[in-house]
Write a protein that binds this ligand. Structure first.
Ligand code: NAD
Length: 319
């Protein structure tokens, strides 16, 4: 069988849960865990090995950056998470410094793979990873709003009482407070929500509330248990599967945006076709005027963070 190696940088809650999901999925037959805390990575690998007897055949090991050399996808989950009350952008400075080191080490050993960023704030760090790596834009991807889209579909499916997989709805833009629900294109089996509400006597008035619960879902979990990791881990498995199996799957992930309703030079999420080359295509959505305005605002929010980071670097360089 051909070797499909996935390297995971960061064996914390997100990295380890992702490794478990990936192991059970059989999507990769080699998984390497790399963490600056080697004992933590070793402990996770030992624990994961105890699940191997019940999983598709997969080699799993603690690694060094040299082990990224043969990886099809390198997934970055290293770095701190939000503390209660923190925004994702609060994490920016801390995690950017760490990312700079990590990206340099990855690219030194593997300039050919796809880099997938999950560390927050994911969109700004995806943009930073693109700049730091010098890789083509299609090979640097952020998990972006795949998780928000999953949360949105779950809440909508509960509201409409249909299977999550039958709800077609996307969250685009920033993975964060300025994210945008695409109500204009949302549907169940091609039936738009207003019509579905009417047909089934479901109240439509609560849909706005569903978006607010989606947007704030991460904070709600963090407040109760300190971190989120199952949803993001499952999301990462889907993204990696789309890439290594060359699936052309459409997922809401973050990548460099070029000329999308006048938006340029920022990483944010849009429905994106993913395959072995990474981003195959970003799909053009027919958005309403309101949605276009919100997407542009989301891009501005992200650009402000990117500029803040660039400003900090200039100050450090003394110019
Ligand atoms: P965690 O603290 O449990 O784990 C972080 C791990 O990174 C630790 O094991 C630590 O030793 C390791 N690490 C730190 N610096 C490193 C370095 N230079 N090289 C290698 N490893 C290093 O945190 P977590 O809960 O797993 O969260 C990880 C990141 O994922 C956070 O930034 C969090 O905000 C983010 N996250 C993103 C999403 C999303 O949707 N994108 C969802 C949940 C969490």
């Amino acid at each position: 069988m051909a070797k499909t190696r996935v390297a995971i940088i960061g064996a914390g809650k997100v990295g380890a849960t992702f490794a478990y999901g990936l192991l059970m999925s059989g999507v990769a037959n080699e998984i390497v865990l790399i963490d600056s805390n080697r004992a933590k990575a070793e402990g996770e690998v030992m624990d994961l090995e105890h699940a191997q007897a019940f999983a598709p055949p997969t080699r799993i090991a603690v690694g060094e950056y040299g082990d990224c050399a043969d990886a099809s996808v390198i997934v970055v989950t290293a770095g701190g998470g939000r503390q209660p009350g923190d925004s994702r952008l609060d994490l920016l400075k801390k995690n950017h410094d760490l990312l700079a080191e990590i990206i340099a080490s990855i690219v030194r050993h593997n300039p050919r793979g796809v880099i997938l960023i999950a560390t927050n704030p994911v969109d700004v760090l995806t943009y930073a990873a693109l700049q730091l790596s010098g890789l083509p834009a299609e090979r640097v991807i952020g998990s972006g709003t795949i998780l928000d889209t999953a949360r949105f579909r779950t809440l909508l499916s509960q509201h409409f009482d249909v299977d999550t997989h039958s709800v077609h709805a996307h969250i685009i833009g920033e993975h964060g407070d300025s994210e945008v629900p695409v109500w204009s294109q949302a549907n169940i089996a091609g039936i738009n929500f207003a019509e579905f509400c009417q047909l089934h006597g479901v109240p439509g008035a609560t849909l706005g509330e569903i978006f607010i619960r989606t947007r704030d879902a991460g904070a709600a979990v963090i407040q109760r248990k300190g971190a989120t990791y199952y949803g993001i881990a499952a999301s990462l498995v889907q993204i990696v599967a789309a890439i290594v199996r060359d699936q052309n799957t459409v997922l809401s992930v973050s990548s460099l945006v070029r000329d999308y309703y006048g938006i340029n030079d920022v990483c944010l999420s849009l429905p994106t076709v993913l395959n072995r080359s990474g981003v195959k295509e970003v799909l053009p959505l027919r958005l309403s005027e309101d949605e276009i305005g919100k997407l542009r605002h989301s891009a501005e929010v992200l650009r402000t963070s990117i500029a803040a980071l660039a400003g900090r670097k200039s100050a450090a360089a003394g110019d």
